[in-house]
Design a protein around this ligand. Structure first.
Ligand code: LMR
Length: 378
C-alpha cells in the first residue's frame, strides 16, 4: 500500500513529533522520575511506528485499520484502582456505553488495578500516544503544571459539593486546558472522595503523626504536608502501598475510604482517622493528537458519553465511600476515630503553613476561586 502523505496525516504526525519533543525537553529536568533509557525506548517505539506506517500506509495511534471501512479506534485506558471504586466504575461504564453507541467504531480497553502501568508512567504514555485516555489523580501533575496543586491544599475544600462547584465553575473549566502544551487534553474531572489518615497508632492530634513514615503520592505539596507534621514522607506508586504498609517500609498513609477498602489497606492499618483533610479526584485526559484525529461525530459522541458518565459517577462517589467506610468498620480490623471540631481545628492550624509555601506557585486567584466554592451560597 502507498504511504499516506496527505496534509491531514502529516499534520497529525507533526503534532505527535511535537509532543515527543516537549516531553524530552521537560523530562531532561525531572529528577528521579524518568530515565533517558525510557525516553530512548519511547523514541525508538515512535520511530518504529513511523516506519511501519509509511510502509503500510494509513492507521493512526490508537486505531487499528479495518479492511475497506472506517478504522476501529482503540482507546487504551489504564488506571490504578480496583474496578469497584468510583473511578473503576466510571471507566467501565464509559467503555460499555461507548462501545454500545459506536458499535464497530470504537473499542475501549480498560486496564484497572495498575495491571498495565502505574500512574506516573501512564501520564507519560498518554503524552506519547502509547495509551489514549487516563484518569490519574490530580496530585500527580506538579511537574507539568503547578495549578492542580490547589486540589491538595489541606482543608481547602469542605466536601465534594464544594469541589464540584469549583470544578464546574470558570476557573475549574479552564484547568482542563492546562496541559494542552504537553499534548494532553482534559475532558472531565472525576471524584473519588475526601482523604483520611491511617496508621499504626491512633492519629488524634497532629503531634501523633511525628516520626511516622507516610506514603504519599508523587507530589511535592503532599510531601511538604507530611514534613510540616513532623512525619517522614515517602513518594510511592499506588500499586506498591499495600506491601509497603505490610512490611513496614512505611507506617502510615492518607487515602479515601474506597481506596483504603478496595486495596485492603485496612487489613494492615489498625487505626484510621476521619480527617477529611484533602481531596482525591482525577483529571480525565486524552492524547490530544489522537482525539483530534477522530471523525468529528465520533469525538462529539464520545465527549457526550463521557459527560453523562461523569454526572452518573460523581453523584455516586460519596455513597461508595460511605459504604466502604462501613465495610471497614464491619471487618473489625481497623478502628476509626472521628475527630471533634476542636481536634479538626488543631489539624487545620498545623497544616496551614503548606498554603503559604505553595500560594505563589498555585496562584492566589485560583486559591480564592476554590475558597469561594466552599463558602455557603446565599
Ligand atoms: C493514590 O495513589 O493513592 C491514589 O491517587 C490512587 C487513585 O487513583 O485513587
Amino acid at each position: 500500500m502507498a504511504s499516506d502523505w496527505s496534509p491531514a496525516s502529516l499534520a497529525r504526525w507533526l503534532r505527535v513529533g511535537q509532543t515527543v519533543l516537549y516531553r524530552i525537553q521537560e523530562r531532561m529536568g525531572v529528577k528521579g522520575m524518568r530515565t533517558s533509557a525510557r525516553i530512548l525506548r519511547s523514541l525508538l517505539g515512535f520511530s518504529l511506528v513511523l516506519v511501519l506506517l509509511s510502509a503500510c500506509g494509513g492507521g493512526g495511534e490508537g486505531s487499528s485499520g479495518a479492511a475497506g471501512g472506517e478504522p476501529l479506534y482503540v482507546i487504551k485506558f489504564p488506571h490504578v484502582t480496583a474496578p469497584a471504586t468510583p473511578k473503576g466504575q466510571m471507566a467501565q461504564r464509559f467503555k460499555e456505553l461507548a462501545e454500545e453507541r459506536f458499535r464497530g467504531r470504537v473499542r475501549v480497553e480498560v486496564y484497572p488495578s495498575a495491571q498495565l502501568m502505574e500512574d506516573t508512567e501512564a501520564i507519560e504514555a498518554l503524552a506519547f500516544g502509547e495509551v489514549q485516555m487516563i484518569a490519574t489523580s490530580l496530585s500527580l501533575y506538579d511537574r507539568l503544571t503547578p495549578k492542580f496543586q490547589v486540589f491538595d491544599l489541606p482543608f481547602l475544600f469542605s466536601d465534594l459539593v464544594a469541589v464540584e462547584r469549583f470544578q464546574r465553575g470558570p476557573a475549574g473549566r479552564e484547568l482542563l486546558g492546562a496541559l494542552t502544551e504537553h499534548g494532553i487534553q482534559g475532558l472531565q474531572f472525576w471524584h473519588n472522595g475526601m482523604k483520611q489518615f491511617s496508621g499504626p497508632r491512633p492519629l488524634i492530634a497532629p503531634a501523633d503523626a511525628a516520626g511516622l513514615k507516610f506514603r504519599v503520592m508523587e507530589s511535592d505539596l503532599l510531601q511538604a504536608q507530611i514534613e510540616i507534621l513532623g512525619g517522614s514522607p515517602q513518594k510511592m506508586a499506588f500499586g506498591e502501598v499495600y506491601q509497603a504498609l505490610q512490611t513496614g517500609t512505611v507506617d502510615a498513609q492518607e487515602n479515601t475510604w474506597s481506596n483504603i477498602y478496595s486495596s485492603k489497606f485496612f487489613e494492615v492499618q489498625p487505626y484510621m482517622t476521619e480527617s477529611n483533610h484533602g481531596y482525591i479526584g482525577y483529571f480525565v485526559g486524552v492524547n490530544a493528537a489522537f482525539w483530534q484525529s477522530l471523525p468529528e461525530d465520533l469525538r462529539a459522541g464520545l465527549t457526550a458519553t463521557l459527560d453523562e458518565v461523569t454526572l452518573w459517577g460523581n453523584a455516586r462517589s460519596e455513597a461508595i465511600n460511605v459504604e466502604d467506610r462501613q465495610r471497614i468498620i464491619d471487618s473489625g480490623r481497623s478502628e476509626i476515630a472521628v475527630l471533634t471540631p476542636e481536634q479538626v481545628a488543631e489539624w487545620q492550624a498545623a497544616m496551614r503553613p503548606v498554603w503559604d509555601q505553595f500560594r505563589d506557585q498555585i496562584g492566589a486567584d485560583l486559591i480564592d476561586a476554590a475558597l469561594a466554592s466552599s463558602r455557603p451560597r446565599e
